[in-house]
Design a binder for this molecule. Structure first.
Ligand code: PLP
Length: 462
């Protein structure tokens, strides 16, 4: 952070060398566009979006160093120096001896959980991310989320709301039999629980639980750099420590590390599976070669591997991490001050709005979250995603809708993409949203696929 006499605007610790023009559109145009997209922003063309907060995954801006490294990409089939660069970087970061490159996070999950899973097997986590759960359940195994009741409440102010509930985990182990538990997976930060951090103490407790029962400890560390920043600033004994060292301390506790490089890898595509055990590595490598590619590139090109290697160093820049977390917090605190109901404390990569609270007149089966998503697009050209009954709603045996527990809207912040003034703009658009709060109306679904309906469902306004 640039040091000045008094605290100043949160200015970016980077400047811009290449620009990507954004199209300026009118509310009238966006109204028509949204109608053509059946009121589902996943069906919009990105050219029609001004600020795209759909996801932080694969949307990072790469640095000049990353682009320069890409020119050095060695595209040899085997033993490329780009592979050596990536392998060395990952070994140094994790302290783990075996590195497998994959095309993205879920490919690493498919390989690892394909081998560890199977019928009668059990996995335990703070919260399984949806691709993690899907890859586990696809093998016939069961996935148990173990979260404390207090952490699940939207506004209890706890420093580490991403933590796993150790006692619940122990109960699952005792009920299912330790011999059936394939792994405990700690997701840091806890993506599906609002990007909330996990403490080092919790990771130590998970290690102890794994040792007690002889279970493999996996860290799903897509956002381990952001998590380390929270530990540095919230957990006793970590003040003044480098975030990179904090990440290493956490990884030293684990047996395996799975990472989607599309998040804290600061690249647009890529993933990693990193292991300590040689026998397990051999099994995983066989599957990697069958399904992804040879062991020295997996699912990646030489230039991809160069970009990840550089990204994994840049992500631990203390000034970058400070700016990153503060910028998310800035958006959250300004929306909160305007009276927008939010999930608190704010996570690392996204702000979650409580749409049920914002639009109390819209019943849950008319999707208040989707209504807000649509209004943000029409009012401001902002694209984001509903995390509520559209995403998680189901039907019971009689075909009646079963609503989700909460109706949230996620504003995910791409890394290094938008400037502070873009964030100010998003905050300003909420003035219009609040002003027209009472006029907001619900939607009904007119088409939906059998699985993951939020991606392709079509709506009509009520
Ligand atoms: C994104 C993500 C994954 C899956 O990674 P992809 O690169 O999207 O396949 C797994 N776990 C968590 C916590 C994630 O955020």
């Amino acid at each position: 952070m640039i040091q000045t006499k008094k605290p100043r605007t949160l200015a970016e610790p980077f400047k811009i060398k290449m620009v990507e023009p954004l199209r300026i559109t009118t509310p009238e145009y966006r109204k028509q566009t949204l109608q053509k997209a059946h009121y589902n922003p996943f069906l919009l063309r990105s050219d029609d979006v001004y600020i795209d907060l759909l996801t932080d995954s694969g949307t990072s801006a790469m640095s000049d160093h990353q682009w320069a490294a890409m020119m050095m990409g060695d595209e040899s089939y085997a033993g490329a120096h780009s592979w050596e660069h990536l392998e060395e970087t990952v070994k140094e970061l994790t302290g783990m001896p075996f590195v497998l490159p994959t095309h993205q996070g879920r490919a690493a999950e498919r390989i690892l959980y394909g081998i560890l899973g199977g019928k009668d097997k059990v996995f335990i986590s703070n919260t399984h991310f949806d691709t993690t759960r899907a890859n586990i359940e696809f093998t016939g195994a069961q996935a148990f989320d173990c979260m404390n009741e207090e952490s699940l409440k939207p506004d209890t102010l706890l420093p580490f709301k991403g933590n796993m509930d150790i006692e619940q985990g122990r109960k699952v182990i005792l009920q299912q039999g330790a011999e059936n538990v394939s792994a405990i997976i700690l997701t840091v930060t806890n993506n599906s629980a609002g990007g909330q951090p996990v403490s080092m103490e919790n990771a130590r407790q998970v290690r102890a639980l794994c040792d007690e029962f002889g279970i493999l400890f996996v860290i799903d560390g897509c956002r381990i750099a952001e998590n380390s920043y929270f530990i540095k600033h919230r957990e006793a004994g970590y003040d003044g420590r480098a975030c990179r060292d904090i990440a290493r301390e956490m990884l030293d506790l684990a047996d395996a590390f799975v990472m989607s490089a599309k998040k804290d890898g600061l690249v647009n595509m890529g993933g990693l599976l990193v292991l300590r055990d040689k026998a397990l590595t051999e099994k995983c490598t066989n599957l990697l070669i069958i399904s992804e590619g040879f062991a020295t590139y997996g699912g990646l090109t030489g230039r991809d591997m160069e970009a990840i290697a550089v990204g994994l160093k840049e992500i631990f820049d203390e000034d970058y991490l400070h700016y990153r977390i503060k910028s998310t917090e800035y958006l959250g605190s300004h929306l909160r001050d305007k009276g927008v109901p939010l999930v608190q404390p704010f996570g690392g990569h996204a702000i979650y709005i409580d749409a049920k609270d914002l639009y109390p007149h819209i019943p849950q089966h008319q999707f208040p979250g989707q209504a807000l998503v649509c209004n943000l697009y029409v009012q401001g050209g902002i694209r984001c995603v509903e995390v509520g009954s559209v995403m998680f709603g189901k039907y019971d045996k009689e075909g009646n809708p079963v609503n989700a527990k909460s109706e949230l809207v996620r504003l995910a912040i791409p890394r290094r993409v938008y400037t502070q003034s873009h964030i100010e703009y998003v905050i300003d658009v909420f003035d219009d949203i609040l002003e027209e709060r009472d006029k907001a109306h619900g939607l009904k679904i007119v088409y939906e696929p059998p699985f993951l309906r939020h991606f392709t469902a079509r709506f009509e306004p009520i």
